[in-house]
Design a protein around this ligand. Structure first.
Ligand SMILES: Nc1ncnc2c1ncn2[C@@H]1O[C@H](COP(=O)(O)OP(=O)(O)OP(=O)(O)O)[C@@H](O)[C@H]1O
Ligand SMILES: [Mg+2]
Length: 400
């Protein structure tokens, strides 16, 4: 009877002797037994301890067993718990009311303990099968989401890789030509200096006019070179992002991923008060492109939330740090936060509060599965009306 020790059983009866007798008789079964003596208490306790099964007396003072059952079934947190009524009167009308209130079975009073145990175990078995089914459906749904996402990312990735390539070529023309202009400019000055040697009053006047021009041209060349450098960095970030998904994990540096993702989002981040604080982070085995996707999702959500609150300057921060076991990334925004009612839903696929066309509602569900399923970590958040912090935790695998 060992197996029963894992099951929480709640016994509800307003006659103390009945409860005692049941507790005593069920002792050898090793259930984890809880007890209370009214329907009202049962509602409260069931929501708190989430029992696997409830043995519920029908006639009690206050709300009776049938009404208690109806209320348990109405509450999302307790509706799945199988309920077995214990009743002294089980005529046809009682049975009908009991089953239609959501009860799973009846035990007659005075009870035969072997029968109670059989009925309890049968309901627990049914419940287990039911749960196994739900788990299977969940798993299928998650796999389906991942499939959709990986197809979506593959086509976005190809497009981005193509665009990056197209931009790369002309950028190279520009930067090569800029180097040429810089060389020619220097040569031109040397030629001039040969023709008009420096060091006399006439040539001083001449170079007084010429030198500032050469300096201005050099400054323009520097400015343009800075610009092409920036384009190259963006293109590199884009191609890192679109890199085809590795089948195997590779050495991953979280700070590099954060920096390249921030580069891609630079335009959006410029519209908020953004700060980045990266502490030393050791490399680990991971999937860089997928992690970049997670950080991009979280930053995009944070920017959106911060900008939605119009009463304060929108603020977004990203931080990385580590301890001996884990690497952490925190993304903070000073938006309105996620309301209590929505907190349980935000990781659900397709859950979004954004207008149609703005959000698909897939961001967090995919991010969660990337962190949880592919990196063995956690994605969690704390949120109130002052803002939200999402935290990524990834275990450091030290064998690299
Ligand atoms: N930082 C945040 N502050 C407030 N609400 C948030 C925050 N992050 C997520 N949410 C809420 O969670 C919902 C789901 O987020 P998720 O990233 O999964 O989808 P989305 O951003 O709506 O769409 P998508 O990411 O597909 O563009 C959002 O619509 C929003 O209501
Ligand atoms: Mg999102």
């Amino acid at each position: 009877m060992e197996i029963n020790s894992q099951y929480k059983l709640l016994i509800v009866d307003d006659v103390a002797e009945n409860v005692e007798l049941l507790v005593e008789s069920l002792e050898p079964c090793n259930y984890n037994i809880f007890q209370c003596s009214s329907g009202e208490e049962c509602l409260e306790l069931a929501a708190k301890i989430s029992p696997h099964i409830i043995l519920l007396d029908v006639s009690m003072k206050g709300i009776d067993g049938f009404e208690t059952c109806r209320r348990l079934k109405k509450n999302k947190e307790t509706s799945h718990i199988p309920i077995i009524f214990i009743s002294g009167r089980t005529d046809g009308a009682d049975l009908t009311e009991g089953f239609s209130s959501g009860g799973a079975d009846f035990v007659n009073k005075p009870f035969v303990i072997e029968e109670v145990i059989l009925r309890l175990n049968r309901q627990l078995e049914i419940q287990n099968l039911f749960q196994a089914n739900i788990n299977l459906i969940d798993k299928l749904e998650r796999q389906n989401q991942q499939l959709i996402q990986s197809e979506k990312m593959a086509s976005v990735g190809q497009l981005v890789a193509g665009v990056a390539h197209e931009i790369n070529n002309p950028t190279n023309f520009v930067s090569n030509n800029l180097e040429g202009i810089e060389r020619e400019n220097k040569k031109l000055l040397e030629i001039l200096e040969e023709i008009v040697p420096r060091g006399n009053s006439e040539s001083d006047r001449f170079y007084g006019v010429i030198d500032p021009r050469f300096i201005t041209i050099q400054e323009m060349i520097d400015g343009a070179t800075e610009g092409t450098g920036r384009i190259s960095r963006i293109v590199k970030s884009l191609s890192d992002f679109s890199r085809h998904e590795e089948e195997l994990p590779s050495k991953t540096n979280i700070n590099e991923i954060i920096k390249s993702t921030v580069q891609i989002l630079k335009f959006n981040l410029d519209s908020v008060d953004f700060s980045m604080q990266l502490s030393e982070a050791h490399e680990f085995l991971g999937f860089p492109a997928k992690l970049s996707q997670v950080i991009m999702n979280l930053l995009t959500n944070a920017i959106y939330a911060a900008k939605e609150k119009t009463t304060e300057t929108p603020k977004v921060q990203i931080k990385s740090y580590e301890n001996a076991e884990n690497i952490f990334v925190e993304i903070y925004d000073n938006g309105n936060g996620i309301s209590k009612e929505l907190r349980a839903k935000v990781f659900d696929p397709f859950f979004t509060t954004k207008p149609t066309g703005v959000g698909t509602g897939l961001g967090l569900s995919i991010s969660y599965s990337i962190i949880h399923d592919q990196h063995g970590g956690d994605l969690s958040f704390v949120s109130d009306s002052q803002g939200t912090v999402f935290t990524i935790r990834i275990p450091r695998n030290k064998n690299i």
